[in-house]
Design a protein around this ligand. Structure first.
Ligand SMILES: *Cc1c(COP(=O)(O)O)cnc(C)c1O
Length: 383
């Protein structure tokens, strides 16, 4: 009786076609993986540059484990702040062209910790309706008022800003590249509105970092808006192929977060080998624009081949290509059929995406070959 709600909830999810379960990967994370024992082409990871199993990053981690051990022993503020963390932060700040950087254990923790440190009960956060769940959770945790504006709609954002009382702190927060749609935020317009209404701007570059911009620093770099953004957040877990996250900005922002951000203060520092691995990833991102070029070539090839299936309005060609099938059941069935053809594309269903927008979320990697993409296209055509 005490736990019957668990059974009931699971049954309800199953009835709705929303039951989620784990599949097991028994290989490294390449363009090809072994999924539940079957070798398949992988078209749903965020490992955009193929760095998750890069030999140089592996060696950097191994070397670091041999010199520094594995655990970091304590939080950064107690005795866990090691040379590798400081070096990683300096290199990230240099790549992002900001004064400074603070590393968090994950993107989820960065978003919850930063937003809840920057705003509080009397403040207002303006958040794109399709922002990532970790942003939403950060706003809830902050107790600030959450004003969700229509996806990418600057009129909707401005209406909210206009209505906000002047004496409240205001924060506009947006994904740079939206994780489930692959479209991008109109950052220039957002920055303009922020100036006009005296609001801070925070950008989540989880899917922009390593992928966009001449040096791979993200959409903000691509648009030349580095100095206009107050808080640059991104993860090391996607294109960088590692784990952890960064928050870049002024020196004072870093000091403020060290003193106020609970997900930074009350958690153990990331293992130093992870920081060393991320340093290697950043060096690769900086020095190998060819990886971004390969990715772009793959994206253009697939988008051109799927013209009738995908929304072509997105001028910035990101590696996230959703194929909207609306019903949960159709998305699941399509994903199952693709898997039979040796192609893995996960079905994405509510609540990750809005109701009636279940989809196949295809993502490309720099390491996919033309033959891989042709196999995907053929499998998609069949269904
Ligand atoms: C993945 C993701 C995060 C969370 O990052 P993790 O490092 O995986 O915790 C935050 N924001 C967006 C937009 C993401 O896609």
């Amino acid at each position: 009786m005490r736990t019957s709600f668990i059974t009931d909830s699971l049954q309800q999810l199953a009835d709705q076609g929303r039951y989620r379960s784990l599949r097991e990967v028994s290989s490294s994370q390449g363009r090809e993986i072994v999924l539940n024992g079957q070798r398949v082409l992988n078209f749903c990871s965020n490992n955009y540059l193929g760095l998750a199993d890069d030999e140089r990053i592996k060696q950097a981690a191994i070397k670091a484990i041999e010199s520094d051990g594995f655990g970091s022993g304590a939080s950064r503020l107690v005795c866990g702040n090691m040379s590798a963390h400081e070096a990683l932060e300096n290199e990230l700040a240099a790549l992002k062209k900001t004064e400074s950087c603070l590393v968090f254990s994950s993107g989820y923790m960065a978003n919850t910790g930063v937003i809840s440190a920057l705003v509080g009960r009397d403040d207002i956060v303006f958040s794109d309706k399709l922002n990532h769940a970790s942003i939403v959770d950060g706003i809830i945790l902050s107790r600030a008022q959450m004003k969700r504006y229509t996806h990418l709609d600057m009129q909707s954002l401005e209406d909210g800003l206009k209505a906000a009382p002047a004496h409240h702190k205001k924060l506009i927060v947006t994904d740079s590249v939206f994780s489930m749609d692959g479209d991008v935020a109109p950052l220039k317009e957002i920055v303009g509105l922020a100036r006009r209404y005296d609001a801070m701007v925070m950008v989540d570059e989880a899917h922009g970092f390593g992928v966009l911009g001449p040096n791979g620093a993200g959409l903000v770099e691509e648009l030349g808006l580095t100095d206009e953004i107050d808080v640059h957040m991104g993860t090391l877990s996607k294109a960088a192929g590692c784990f952890g996250a960064y928050v870049c900005g002024t020196k004072q922002l870093r000091e403020y977060l060290i003193n106020h951000s609970r997900s930074f203060i009350y958690t153990t520092a990331m293992p130093p080998a992870l920081a060393q691995a991320a340093r290697e990833a950043i060096a690769i991102i900086k020095s190998e624009p060819q990886l971004r070029k390969n990715l772009k070539t793959n994206v253009e090839y697939l988008r051109a081949s799927l013209k009738e299936l995908v929304d072509a309005t997105n001028s910035l060609q990101t590696p996230i290509i959703p194929i909207i099938l609306k019903s949960d059941e159709r998305a699941l069935q399509a994903s199952r059929k693709l898997l039979e053809a040796g192609v893995f594309v996960q079905a994405i269903r509510p609540p990750t995406v809005p109701p009636n927008t279940a989809r196949l979320r295809v993502t490309l990697m720099a390491t996919h070959t033309t033959a891989d993409i042709d196999q995907l296209i053929e499998a998609l055509r069949k269904i």
